[in-house]
Each structure stands twice: as structure tokens, then as C-alpha cells.
Design a protein around this ligand. Structure first.
Ligand SMILES: *Cc1c(COP(=O)(O)O)cnc(C)c1O
Length: 226
């Protein structure tokens, strides 16, 4: 990807985000995370030079390699993939800005135990499977508030900052919207408990996600396209 393409991709996304967020409110700020899982460190650097700072990966090993290659740049790294228990220590050592994908109470407690052992803290979101899809990770919507509170109560080394969802895998916009609204409703219940981020929306559905209240989008293919 050349610099010109990177700048155009980023500008296009920013104007679409601007349009979508201003339809809600001028005070509604949306953070853009560039998901670089199918892209090279070189492309990340090109996008950095166009002004993008926050990037996310879905595999601990890929995150480690890209962070190492790009360590000179002041990037903000996110982890958005399913976290396997045997990768927890590696992830903690990388110290990402935000882990979007805490998908069970059990995983949270395992993570907390390992954080305590290393005397470290980590910011994270609770992933909600708002479309009830077997192919997706996350807690069930009706259990989300309870599990969120359990994590707050039992995992002192996890700084819980909100929720994450992947929109329904469907061509039917109504279904996708419904899944986003489900997550937003839970997020609203959790803001009195300190939730700050409602991470939802990807390349194909981020404007809809913002319309439903997302304040953090994760865009991969649209941002990195040639
Ligand atoms: C890959 C991925 C994205 C980005 O997907 P695009 O459709 O390429 O924008 C966002 N969130 C998660 C969790 C992902 O794994």
C-alpha cells in the first residue's frame, strides 16, 4: 500500500465516521482502531505516517512480531482475538492498551490470576455474543451484566472498561442493527459502573454500529485495501 492510498483510505473512513457520529451528536466521539491482522508491518507504518495511531491484532504471536518490528513508533496496540489460556502470559508481557475479547468469567479469572502473579494490570472489554452465533465467542447478552459485575468484584488486576461485540453475520441490516442495539443496551447499564467503550463496527457495518451508539470501531479490510 502506498502513502497516497493509505491517506485516502484513512480520510474516507474518517469522513464516514464523522457523518455517522454527527448524526448522533457532536459530542459523540468515535475511536478508530486499524485491524492489521491481514496486513504487513510496512503497511502499518505507512498508515501511521498518514496519521493512524491505534492498531489491533487477533493473534498473540502476530501482535508480538508486529510490536517488535515497529517498536520505534509510538503506536497504541489492541488485542481483539480469542485469547487461549496458554497465551495469557505472552499477552500480559506485551502490555497492550486494551484487550477487547474477554469472553468468559473463567478466562477473566485466569487472566487476573496471572496478572497478580506478575504484579501487572491490564485494560479489557467484555465480549458479548449479541447475535447468539455459535461461531462467535462472547458471553450471552442476558448474562453480560452479571458477569461484568463479577469481573469487577473478583478481578482486581483487570481494568474493565466496557464491552465489545461483532455484529450479526447477516445480509439483513435489521438483524445486524438488533445485535448492535443489544450490546448498546448492556453498555448503557454498565456506564454507571465505569464502562467507557462500546467497541462495535467493522468495515462492512461501522456506520450502522455508530448509529447504534458505538464509540470504538475496528476496521481492517477497508483501511488496508490497496
Ligand atoms: C478482523 C477483525 C476486525 C476487522 O474486520 P474487517 O471486516 O476487515 O474490518 C474487527 N474485529 C475483529 C474482532 C476482527 O477479528
Amino acid at each position: 500500500m502506498n502513502k497516497q492510498t493509505a491517506t485516502k483510505n484513512l480520510d474516507d473512513i474518517i469522513s464516514r465516521v464523522e457523518g455517522a457520529r454527527l448524526r448522533i451528536s457532536e459530542h459523540h466521539i468515535v475511536k478508530i482502531i486499524g485491524i492489521s491482522k491481514y496486513s504487513t508491518a510496512e503497511d502499518i507504518e505507512t498508515l501511521y505516517n498518514s496519521g493512524q495511531r491505534a492498531f489491533g491484532e487477533n493473534k498473540v504471536q502476530d501482535l508480538k512480531e508486529k510490536m517488535a518490528t515497529l517498536e520505534e513508533l509510538p503506536l497504541e496496540w489492541h488485542f481483539v482475538g480469542t485469547l487461549q489460556k496458554n497465551k495469557i502470559n505472552n499477552l500480559i508481557d506485551l502490555n497492550p492498551s486494551l484487550v477487547h475479547s474477554i469472553d468468559s468469567l473463567e478466562l477473566a479469572q485466569e487472566l487476573d490470576k496471572k496478572l497478580q502473579a506478575k504484579d501487572k494490570k491490564l485494560s479489557a472489554l467484555l465480549q458479548i455474543n449479541s447475535a447468539y452465533e455459535d461461531s462467535k465467542s462472547g458471553v450471552k447478552p442476558e448474562e453480560a451484566v452479571f458477569i461484568y459485575k463479577e469481573i469487577l468484584d473478583t478481578c482486581p488486576n483487570i481494568k474493565l472498561k466496557g464491552v465489545m461485540s461483532i455484529g450479526a453475520h447477516s445480509e439483513d441490516e435489521k438483524l445486524i442493527k438488533e445485535s448492535f442495539k443489544t450490546t448498546k443496551k448492556i453498555y448503557d447499564e454498565l456506564t454507571p459502573l465505569g464502562a467507557k467503550y462500546c467497541s462495535m463496527g467493522m468495515s462492512s457495518d461501522f456506520e450502522l454500529a455508530i448509529a447504534c451508539g458505538s464509540n470504538m470501531i475496528r476496521v481492517g479490510s477497508t483501511l488496508f485495501k490497496d
